[in-house]
Design a protein around this ligand. Structure first.
Ligand code: GCU
Length: 686
């Protein structure tokens, strides 16, 4: 099974110079919850060490261990249980919730968590070191940067997945939970826990009320039982209009969030869910967006809508995640120069800061539009200061090649996480806002839309798993270096061969810039088909429709004027210093020029090139980079098992070809539209 990809980065392949004689004798699992994370940690250690060292260790449980058995051991558990067992508290500097202390310096390896989940994370970290051939002595504490580290699955109950490219759902089919696919869920739970993810929302944000039926509550309970040993709590997406859907809880004629019957209805549903899933993470709600029902239907605010659920969850300790992706997709009108979908989030949340319940969290897509290849950071991160927030990222490559293209995303995410929004004229990095640090919020963090499916590769292609791995690593520590994360993933997934390391590093690190170059550059958002597939070149699909992903391209000029002086005013949603940068063409970075300004094709960039010539050149440069991918990969034949080698070569070959389709489609489109020749004579003469 190891070579099919189903183990992802948890392969525990034999490491060339792993010497079992250096290993402790036993694994000691300190007193812990039955079937809880410490037990999972112990069996994971056993499994991992036997793979890496080809050597089997016994696990000793608290009922039977003797202190004499533990002198040469790997001790895993919570700090409190360690103190119980050994009569003295270990020295574990600054250990926080979900954090771990890993100490390999003595004959007794210590893997200790403040809680059980932390102990499991420490075990995974220890195994990750060893699996990468790192046998050095370490002693350190690692704490997560933020408490919320969730994934979202957009799985429908019929088994399809919205924007999923790795096959049908592992969770649902025919309207119910796939209780016969629990082993796939266990595998997924392991992968998530190994990167520090602590909750999963299992159904689509475009939610169906029937997730709440009696049968599905029981099914969700089984999912939660499966994820619980790995410290991954389960949450669900809700349809705001569920009270009117005629479920077993009584059918109402309204879903008004201030109606007392509606409030009781949701309390009853919530109590029912918690009776089966006492540790349920909470709810995720998409409301008043893209045709979904919501509080605005009854002239209630978004906060009133969110608090309906937050209040029902509060007695159970659950969290309500309310999505900031609220906009009106039906009534935007491109003929009005000042209209702008990018304005929607801040507009819809205006006046609501501080109005959300303490256990509510607003989940904000990284950019103001929709997971594009490049976006400025959403200004909502700076607007909400008395409200807890999380960033929403997308591992599934919806607009970014749908796993048919290698696009390593952490460098893109870092452009937003590291962005300084200069709230109150002081340092306000997005990552410090969502961690809760900047505005002193009690919680906050990360969500990623992942959308794994039943495919053996999970996401649809082997190389795309670096994005899931990178997501977890960045959510744990957003200051980590994307290339270092990538290289850990390469060693864990493909072994230690330096040629493999070189090739996958080069391709991955070149992949996002290349994709930006051959698809949509200069901040044009996307030139893909936005109407249906979100795939392949279709630069005319952006305009003349109410979706608001406009380019406003005509014969002479292109781009969205988002200035305050002459445009949609979006630039003015940022704190002063940032607003001033984007308001002015001369200070706007080239890579966001067309996001903020409407300019002539002949306008010169900071680089000295004209806009149109940059289009031509970038599309050639991006496609040229992609042409090197298959050849770089072919050099690895024999160094990667045949199945993963062949499947990956197939994808990279396709990408190389499709990048040329992109290049020529986009260049010809703008050549025809502008009538301006390519200075290098490549475009339009064939
Ligand atoms: C995008 C995506 C939709 C999704 C929506 C959302 O528009 O294409 O499929 O429902 O985002 O995030 O809610």
């Amino acid at each position: 099974a190891a070579e099919t990809g189903i183990d992802g980065w948890l392969r525990y392949a034999p490491v060339p110079n792993a010497n079992a004689s250096g290993l402790p004798i036993n694994i000691v699992s300190l007193n812990a919850t039955a079937n809880g994370p410490v037990h999972a940690a112990a069996s994971e250690l056993q499994k991992g060490l036997s793979g890496i060292f080809n050597h089997s260790l016994n696990v000793i449980y608290p009922t039977s261990y003797q202190l004499s058995d533990t002198a040469s051991s790997i001790v895993v558990g919570t700090v409190a249980e360690y103190a119980n067992a050994f009569g003295a508290a270990p020295k574990t500097p600054q250990l926080e919730n979900d954090g771990y202390f890993l100490n390999t310096t003595g004959s007794r390896v210590q893997i200790l968590g403040r809680n059980e989940r932390g102990a499991l994370y420490g075990a995974f970290q220890y195994l990750s070191m060893l699996a990468q051939g790192n046998f050095s002595e370490v002693a350190y504490t690692s704490n997560p940067d933020a408490p919320i580290r969730w994934v979202n699955q957009w799985d429908n109950l019929d088994g399809s997945i919205e924007r999923g490219y790795g096959g049908p759902s592992i969770f649902f089919s025919n309207g119910t939970v796939k209780i016969n696919s629990l082993d796939r869920m266990t595998q997924y739970a392991r992968l998530l826990a190994s990167i520090g993810v602590n909750a999963i929302v299992v159904n689509n944000v475009n939610a169906n009320a029937s997730i709440l039926t009696t049968q599905n509550v029981e099914g969700l309970g089984k999912i939660a039982d499966t994820f619980r040993p790995y410290g991954v709590r389960v949450g669900i997406s809700l349809n705001f209009a569920s009270p009117t859907a005629n479920l077993v809880y009584g059918n109402l004629s309204t879903f008004d969030p201030l109606d007392s019957e509606v409030i009781d209805w949701w309390q009853n549903v919530t109590d029912t869910l918690y009776a089966r899933i006492p540790d349920m993470a909470g709810y995720l709600v998409k409301a008043n967006s893209e045709g979904q029902p919501g509080p605005l239907t009854y002239n209630r605010t978004l906060a009133e809508g969110a608090n309906l659920f937050a209040n029902a969850l509060e007695p159970h300790g659950g969290i309500l995640v309310f999505r900031a992706f609220v906009y009106d997709s039906q009534h935007l009108n491109e003929s009005v120069w000042t209209q702008d979908r990018a304005n929607a989030a801040v507009e819809f949340f205006t006046g609501l800061d501080g109005k959300f319940a303490e256990n509510a969290l607003v989940q904000i897509k990284y950019g103001p539009i929709d997971f594009q290849v490049r976006e400025p950071a959403s200004p909502l991160f700076a607007y909400l200061r008395n409200t807890s927030t999380a960033i929403e990222l997308e591992v599934t490559q919806e607009y970014l090649g749908q796993q048919n293209h290698l696009v390593y995303l952490p460098p893109l995410w870092k452009t937003v996480l590291d962005f300084d929004l200069r709230a109150n004229h002081s340092k306000s990095l997005v990552r410090d806002i969502i961690s809760g640090e900047r505005f002193n919020r009690p919680m906050g963090g990360y969500a990623a839309v992942v959308n794994v499916g039943t495919n053996n590769t999970w996401l649809g292609s082997h190389l795309s798993m670096s994005n899931l791995y990178g997501y977890g690593r960045l959510a744990w520590d957003p200051t980590s270096d994307p290339q270092a994360i990538l290289q850990d993933w390469i060693r864990l997934t493909f072994g230690l061969d330096p040629a493999v390391m070189r090739a996958i590093t080069n391709m991955s690190m070149a992949s996002w810039p290349a994709y930006e170059n051959y698809t949509g550059n200069l901040g044009i958002q996307t030139l893909t088909d936005i109407l249906y597939t979100h795939y392949g070149p279709n630069p005319q699909s952006q305009d003349n429709n109410p979706w608001g992903q406009w380019t406003r391209a005509d014969h002479d000029s292109i781009g969205m004027d988002r200035t305050v002086a002459n445009g949609t005013g979006f630039a003015g949603q940022y704190p002063d210093e940032v607003a001033a940068v984007y308001e002015n063409i001369s200070t706007t970075p080239d890579n966001l020029l067309l996001w903020f300004h409407h300019v002539n094709y002949t306008t010169r960039l900071h680089s000295g090139e004209t806009v149109i010539q940059h289009f031509y050149n970038a599309h050639y440069a991006g496609a040229e980079t992609a042409q090197t991918f298959p050849t770089q990969w072919e050099a690895l034949q024999g160094k990667v098992d045949a199945q993963r080698y062949n499947e990956t070569l197939f994808r990279l070959t396709y990408q190389a070809g499709h990048s040329i389709v992109w290049r020529d489609a986009i260049n010809n489109f703008y050549h025809n539209l502008s009538g301006i020749a390519d200075a290098q004579g490549r475009v339009g003469n064939h």
